[in-house]
Design a protein around this ligand. Structure first.
Ligand SMILES: [Zn+2]
Ligand SMILES: [Zn+2]
Length: 180
């Protein structure tokens, strides 16, 4: 098997150190967005995340060296009042794009991959983890922009609030499903 013969059919990637890898079937439904939600900020250690997602059935995950976690709370003090108008300011009640199982590499400690819904669900992949950046679709939108750590100067649609961000996600899921 040569690199050339597989390049067209599979998109490969890994965590920073390569201990965990994945393969995405090429040509399937795929959506890419920036998320400013607090859980994504916390998981990625960045002001916002650049994520590409596909149906789980189109991904093979080799994640034996990763630990998955679906945190219900942000670390104390992380939210500092953002995203929660009621109750515990650290709960980030309106501050999570999706209840993702977020996998981090045990070796390099870097974000690896995120899953939701098992084999019938979706897989969210930090776009930087793809080997061939040129093969990725362009970023389509910002969600949870209200929670941003920093302004982003681009012309992409920006969904500020919970409802419009969730609707944007639902529409992106629809496009991924229609894409096969
Ligand atoms: Zn790693
Ligand atoms: Zn998010």
């Amino acid at each position: 098997m040569t690199t050339n013969s597989t390049a067209a059919t599979v998109m490969r990637g890994s965590c920073s150190c390569g201990a965990n890898t994945f393969e995405v079937k090429a040509g399937v439904g795929m959506q890419r967005f920036y998320c400013h939600c607090l859980y994504c900020q916390q998981f990625m250690g960045k002001p916002f995340t650049d994520v590409t997602f596909v149906r789980a059935k189109n991904v093979v995950i080799n994640g034996e060296h990763a630990t998955f976690d679906n945190p219900k709370l942000l670390p104390s003090g992380f939210a500092h009042g953002r995203g929660s108008r009621f109750g515990n300011p650290d709960k980030g009640r309106f501050a999570k794009c999706a209840p993702l199982d977020r996998g981090r590499c045990d070796d390099c400690g870097q974000p690896f991959i995120e899953t939701i819904g098992g084999s019938a669900g979706m897989v969210f992949i930090p776009s930087a983890n793809f080997e061939d950046q040129d093969a990725l679709p362009p970023v389509q939108r910002h969600i949870y922009y209200r929670l941003r750590e920093q302004d982003v100067a681009d012309d992409l649609p920006k969904h500020h609030y919970f409802a419009s961000s969730q609707l944007a996600i639902a529409r992106m899921i629809g496009r991924v499903l229609r894409g096969g």
